[in-house]
Design a protein around this ligand. Structure first.
Ligand code: NAD
Ligand code: DAU
Length: 356
C-alpha cells in the first residue's frame, strides 16, 4: 500500500494508472479536487478495489494522520501542489497555502506516523516529494543544464513556493531523519494534461479555430518529458533512490515554445486537417509576455541514469504524436474540463490581448 497525494491531477493520475497497471499493491489517493483535480481521469479504476480515493487537503493534519493510521502505507508520494505559473502570478496565496504550509503539515503528519512504526517498517518507509526544475531559476543560452547541486534561484511565486517545499523536505530529513527522496523534473506533456498549459491549450484552441497564444517572442526554451517517463522515473527513485538524495529528471529535449507550437500544428495538419486546407500555424498569435518569464530550463539527468539506470523511453517525436492522438480521441474529456471556472480563467488571462 502506498499513499499518493494529488493523484487526480495530470501527473498524479498518470502515475496512479501506471502503478495499478503494473503492480499489485494498492493506492490511497488523497486529492483536494481543486480546479486542476479531475476524478474523471481515474474513471477506468471505478471498479478496482486497489484504488481508494479520498477527497482531502494535504494541509488537513487530522485527515492525513487518520489516513496514515488506517492504511499504514509503506511510502507517501507527494504530487499535490498548485502547479500553474500564470495562476501563481494572478493569485499567489493558494500556492503558499498548499505548496508551503500544506507540505509542512503533511511532513509533520508523516513524521509522527513514521516515528511510531516498528523497526523494519520504519527502515523501509519513504516520503517522495515531486518537485520541479523551476526552483533552479533561468539559464543563459550556453550555460550547462541544471545538475542537482545547482543553486536554488526561483523567480515566480510558484517556483518560490516549490523551492520552499523542497527545503522543508530536506530539513525534515536532516533534523528528524525522515527518509525522504526528492525529484526535480522538467516540463511534462501527455494525456490528461489540463488545457491551460501550453501543449494541450494549443491542441484545444487549434481544433476550436481559436488563436494559439505565444508569450513574447516564443523563444523561451523548456526541456520536455513525456509524462509516462516521469512516472517511471518516480517509480525507480522510490524503489532504489538513496535516502536524502535529490534526482533531476528530464528528457534531453530542449525546445523553444514556438517550435513546440509549430510541431503540434504540423501534426494536426496531418491527423485532422483544417477544412479550408490552411495550416493550423495560421492561428499563431503573439501575445504579451508572462511577467518575469524564465528564458531557459534544461535538466542534466545523468545522475538518475548513472545511479539508478533510468532513461526516458519516449523520444519527443513519439511522445508528442501520442499526445496529439490522445486529445483527438478524447473530445468529451476536453469538453468536461472546460467548465465555467476554466472559461473564467481564459477570460482573465487572454482577453486583454488576442482573446483565446
Ligand atoms: P496538477 O495541477 O495537474 O495537479 C495537482 C493536483 O493536486 C490536483 O489534482 C489538485 O486537485 C491537487 N491538489 C492541489 N492542492 C491540494 C491540496 N492542498 N491537497 C490535496 N490535493 C491538492 O499538477 P501536475 O502538473 O500534475 O503536477 C504534479 C506535481 O508535479 C506538482 O507538485 C508539480 O509541482 C510537479 N511538477 C509538474 C511538472 C509539469 O510539467 N506539470 C513538472 C515537474 C514537476
Ligand atoms: O518546468 C516544469 C514546470 O512546467 C512545472 O513545474 C509546472 O508545474 C508546469 O506548469 C510547467 O510550467 P511552465 O510555466 O513551463 O508551463 P506552461 O505550459 O504554463 O508554459 C510552457 C511555456 O509556454 C512557458 O515558457 C510559457 C509558454 N506559454 C504558455 C501558455 C499557457 C505560452 O507561450 N503561451 C501560453 O498560452
Amino acid at each position: 500500500m502506498i499513499l499518493v497525494t494529488g493523484g487526480a491531477g495530470f501527473i498524479g493520475a498518470n502515475f496512479v494508472l501506471d502503478w495499478l497497471g503494473s503492480r499489485d499493491d494498492s493506492v490511497v489517493n488523497v486529492d483536494k479536487l481543486t480546479y486542476a483535480g479531475n476524478i474523471e481521469n481515474l474513471a477506468s479504476l471505478k471498479n478496482d478495489a486497489r484504488h481508494i480515493f479520498v477527497q482531502a487537503d494535504i494541509g488537513d493534519s487530522q485527515a492525513i494522520a487518520r489516513l496514515l493510521a488506517e492504511h499504514q502505507p509503506r511510502a507517501v508520494v507527494n504530487f499535490a501542489a498548485e502547479s500553474h505559473v500564470d495562476r501563481s502570478i494572478h493569485g499567489p496565496e493558494d500556492f503558499i497555502q498548499t505548496n508551503v504550509v500544506g507540505t509542512f503539515r503533511i511532513l509533520e503528519a508523516v513524521r509522527h506516523y513514521w516515528s511510531a512504526l516498528p523497526a523494519p517498517e520504519k527502515e523501509a518507509f519513504r516520503f517522495l516529494h515531486v518537485s520541479t526544475d523551476e526552483v533552479y531559476g533561468s539559464l543563459e543560452p550556453q550555460a550547462p543544464a541544471f545538475a542537482e547541486d545547482h543553486n536554488y534561484e526561483p523567480n515566480s511565486p510558484y517556483s518560490a513556493s516549490k523551492a520552499a517545499s523542497d527545503h522543508l523536505v530536506r530539513a525534515w530529513h536532516h533534523t528528524y531523519g525522515l527518509p525522504v527522496l526528492t525529484t526535480n523534473c522538467s516540463n511534462n506533456y501527455g494525456p490528461y494534461h489540463f488545457p491551460e498549459k501550453l501543449i494541450p491549450l494549443i491542441i484545444v484552441n487549434a481544433l476550436a479555430g481559436k488563436p494559439l497564444p505565444i508569450y513574447g517572442d516564443g523563444m523561451q526554451v523548456r526541456d520536455w518529458l513525456y509524462v509516462g517517463d516521469h512516472c517511471s522515473a518516480i517509480r525507480r527513485v522510490l524503489e532504489a533512490g538513496k535516502v536524502g538524495e535529490t534526482y533531476n529528471v528530464g528528457g534531453w529535449n530542449e525546445k523553444a515554445n514556438l517550435d513546440i507550437v509549430k510541431t503540434v500544428c504540423a501534426l494536426l495538419d496531418e491527423m485532422r486537417p483544417r477544412t479550408d486546407g490552411q495550416s493550423y500555424a495560421h492561428q499563431i498569435a503573439f501575445v504579451q509576455d508572462r511577467p518575469g518569464h524564465d528564458r531557459r530550463y534544461a535538466i542534466d539527468a545523468r545522475k538518475i541514469e548513472r545511479e539508478l539506470g533510468w532513461r526516458p523511453a519516449e523520444t519527443f517525436e513519439s511522445g508528442i504524436r501520442k499526445t496529439v492522438q490522445w486529445y483527438l480521441e478524447h473530445p468529451q474529456w476536453v469538453a468536461n474540463v472546460q467548465s465555467g471556472a476554466y472559461r473564467d480563467w481564459l477570460q482573465k488571462q487572454y482577453a486583454p490581448q488576442e482573446g483565446a
